[in-house]
Design a protein around this ligand. Sequence first.
Ligand code: DQQ
Length: 647
Amino acid sequence: MAPVNISFVSDMERQNCRVAENEAGKVLEDEGYYVQIPDKKADYAEFENPEFRSLGNCIRFRSIFLTAICIALIMCLSLLICLSQPGLAPSKSVKDTAWSKQSASKFLMPSIIKGESLPSFADERTSFHFQPERNWMNDPNGPMFYKGYYHFFYQYNPDAAVWGNITWGHSVSTDLIHWHHLELALVPDQWYDVEGVWSGSATILPDGKPVILYTGSSNESLQSQNKAVPEDLSDPLLRKWVKVSQNPMLVPPPGIGHTDFRDPTTAWLESDGLWRIAIGAKEGTTGLALVYKTSDFLNWTLQRSFLHQIAGTGMWECVDFYPVSLTGTNGLDTSKVQGNQLVKHVLKASLDSNKHDYYTIGTYSTDLKTFVADDPTRDVGLGLRYDYGKFYASKTFYDPAQERRILWGWANESDSQLDDIKKGWASVQTIPRTLVLDHHTGSNLLQWPISELDSLRGDKVVKQDILLDGGAMLKVDGASGAQLDIEVTFKYPDVQTLDVPLEQKECVCSQGGAAQRGVFGPFGLLVLAADDLVEQTAVYFYLTLRPNGKWMTTVCSDQSRSSLAKGIDRTVYGTSINIAPTENFLSLRLIVDHSIVETFVQQGIACITSRVYPTLAVERDAHVLLFNNGSESIAMHTLEIWQMSNA
Ligand code: DQQ
């Protein structure tokens, strides 16, 4: 097998690598080496990475003596680690279930054995999420509807499972679930995009013609905005795209760095007859969105005022800007909205500094051409996120076929870059989500998987009205599997009838995850759970009763015990949510697809995406359990679990 080519490199190359590292969100530099993209599958025993060297040596020397010492050391170390983490077993006082009869050693044994072997990766590929057949993918680009087909483009490296050589991949679908992969739409073949055809958007002009605007990165890392049009408008699949001769159309204006000018939005038409686009940028550490206007998509004028800016947020990537209806649930075409009477506008920026997508709701002044957030304390980068897990560089589009606004988001891997190379692929897109303004609050969006996903629902298990005592854990029979759609509701505890302790610890998801013991929670679901629970992904609520009698509700997605494999990000994600006093229930919807768990809380008021890599809890060995790790009982009201087919 061909070894992966690893070399120490010059400062310039290091800089390039750092860009790649940012894209992947994974740190290589600390490990003292840079990976160059291999042409063929890697031979891991050849890695010079110190982390792998010890394992590699054990294999290479084939000395029984040395191997035995290696194994003994690893076993001792694993045992020590396991013993120092009582949270590995979900709860010591579980009731109602066979799990409670298992001894602690039973929980620990498989991790010792499994931890020594590298995972096989066979079960990690998703079955109904959007993924190219192989290699690296990142941002969603230019989603649109044209002549009966949904078109989806994406940042794609056709050569390897790591970021680099970025092109636009292209796929089409009639239902946003089943996809047909086409040839690359745009490749780096011009001086202005030779370092990558980076992110951008599509606009459908009033005559029905689509236009793509995208960022090119030159070999001097100059970021410019460029245009491409379909070669043959009669082809509904739009297989061929032509870059116009006037490219590059826009280069960074004075005051904006040549690497801080990227990701044009879909253009919108205003009442003055001019089209406008927003482009992400920064000045110092102030993140901002520039606006350019045009009548012909070739000649552009920079607007003097920014669309919006927020100090301290750093570079804004993949800005998105669109209206939402104050009166209905239909989506809106940005170009067809005039005036502000019946709409609010949403501004989203993907913060390069922390790789999170922040949005805010506010008013777009058609006079001043600027945006003002309704609540400055929850402005871009300060407040709401689309998703509190692994979700970045998202983009929406208006679907004229069903009059809805749809959100796409990139869910990167949580395993190591070396794992990605071995798998031969990296990243998925989350299930497309419809977006509407939450009319109860007026201050947040609601996200929900597109209704087309329901077509994959198969066999169903239903349970109703189960009281989960404090410490309970209940396996849901007939619901095992790695492809599931789950909806569950719980009742709020009736505090009138309870003697509630005054001292209640507030929940911080990352402090112990689902293994915390509270009064009202953690309670929720375990999915992708192994027989003996050595692997489990917990999604749960944790309630705290405030002195004013109101609940503080936190929701978490705990991937810290999802996998026995090594080198995996074990962050416990979560957020607190505001529940209206009229809502006397708590609800979760979980979309489980092998290595991704997408959670929709309270009809979409908050979302959390986790990437998980079970090694034992796969296929029919992946179970679902209800659990309550708090001391007070919790009533589960309804539980519905569907097996999901492949897309
Ligand atoms: N990814 C693209 C850039 C964008 C970044 C490059 C966000 O255009 O800013 O692949 O993930």
